[in-house]
Design a protein around this ligand. Structure first.
Ligand code: NDP
Ligand code: OXD
Length: 316
């Protein structure tokens, strides 16, 4: 029976994954696309990150496809994706990294870091009134593994936290909203909007001008802010620029973009009120995550159920 593991990775350096799999599973046959694929019929498990569409269909004995990140849009967009279980990464290492990113960018806006950096460059000693965290509402779109952890940490820092999800997700101390019917009430109380949604047909382009228009601009911060670390396809870049120009939002922190790498000619790079990072809010670190995949394979081979399988019928 097939049992080899194939790494099919683009956009990241596969070397760290390859080394880690070999170290942790020395008896396992580890293959790497495109150079060391060997006989395709030997491959049982694919560990993929942005593999070219159609590639995984070449492996006729595939039993599981692992997404090496939390997001699976890179797989679900493949019209030839084999009909085997798709499993995504859920791991404390990745979750902590995302919560760090969210807290960093919320505090950056809350504590006006960019303004003080500018003042420092000008040698200006001037303090601005600092609202308490409890006067500021942060709204988290997406109350999944990552959204819930970030929301809980923000709550511990004292922010008023609201959350929005597809289905009702009651969370202690957090005002939660769900579905289309709950969206406006969620947005109109939100000064800092944190987006941790997955990219699906229903969420594509959701961060657009009409949505940004609804954010609370007259709160303690005197303006609204957007932080998107979900997926680039959730946002409409031109609408974010228009919202900044029109004063609907005062700033944006963007980790993800519809086209990655962000093209050098994009006006987002040079905008004074945008802080951008190269899709590394929560890096998938092979040192932490390889063991996660191998544990799942071991469970599967013992006939136990897989964790964090994607329900293809639900939204994708
Ligand atoms: P989960 O699947 O655990 O959670 C997704 C959340 O989004 C759920 O609360 C879900 O609602 C909600 N949701 C999905 N569709 C809709 C919709 N149509 N309307 C309203 N809410 C919706 O995902 P994770 O928290 O693990 O990850 C979220 C995303 O973060 C990933 O898909 C990925 O795109 C991104 N990510 C980005 C990284 C980066 O470095 N920038 C790193 C890791 C992940 P419900 O609970 O009701 O199902
Ligand atoms: C992920 C990502 O989905 O890195 O994990 O974006």
């Amino acid at each position: 029976m097939s049992s080899a593991i194939l790494l099919a990775i683009t956009g990241w350096n596969p070397q760290g994954w390859d080394e880690r799999f070999r170290t942790l599973a020395p008896a396992r046959d580890i293959r790497s696309w495109p150079d060391r694929v060997g006989n395709r019929a030997d491959v049982a498990y694919a560990c993929a990150w942005k593999a070219p569409h159609g590639l995984l269909a070449e492996f006729s004995n595939l039993r599981i496809i692992f997404s090496l990140g939390a997001g699976v849009d890179h797989l679900m967009g493949d019209p030839h994706l084999p009909a085997v279980p798709v499993v995504r990464i859920v791991d404390p290492d990745l979750t902590r990294r995302m919560t760090e990113y969210v807290v960093l960018h919320v505090l950056m806006r809350h504590r006006r870091v960019r303004l003080y950096e500018q003042q420092q460059r000008q040698r200006t000693w001037h303090d601005h009134h600092q609202p308490a965290a409890g006067e500021v509402t942060v709204g988290v779109m997406g109350l999944g593994v990552l959204g819930r952890d970030a929301a809980a940490m923000l709550q511990r820092l004292g922010f008023q936290v609201a959350g929005w999800s597809r289905t009702a997700r009651p969370l202690p101390g957090i005002e939660t909203f769900h579905g289309d019917a709950g969206l406006d009430a969620f947005l109109t109380r939100t000064e800092i909007l944190v987006c941790l949604l997955p990219l699906t047909p229903a969420t594509h382009g959701i961060l657009n001008l009409p949505l940004l228009h609804k954010l609370k601009r007259d709160g303690a911060l005197g303006g609204a802010y957007l932080i998107n670390a979900g997926r680039g396809g959730l946002q409409v870049d031109a609408d974010i620029l228009a919202a900044l120009d029109q004063g609907l939002i005062a700033g944006a922190s963007l980790d993800v973009f519809p086209t990655e790498p962000l093209p050098p000619e994009s006006p987002l790079w040079a905008h004074p009120n945008i802080t951008l990072t190269p899709h590394n809010a929560a890096e998938s670190d092979p040192r932490a995550l390889t063991a996660n995949v191998l544990t799942q394979i071991a469970r599967f081979e013992r006939g136990e159920p897989l964790d964090h399988m994607i329900d293809r019928g639900r939204g994708y």
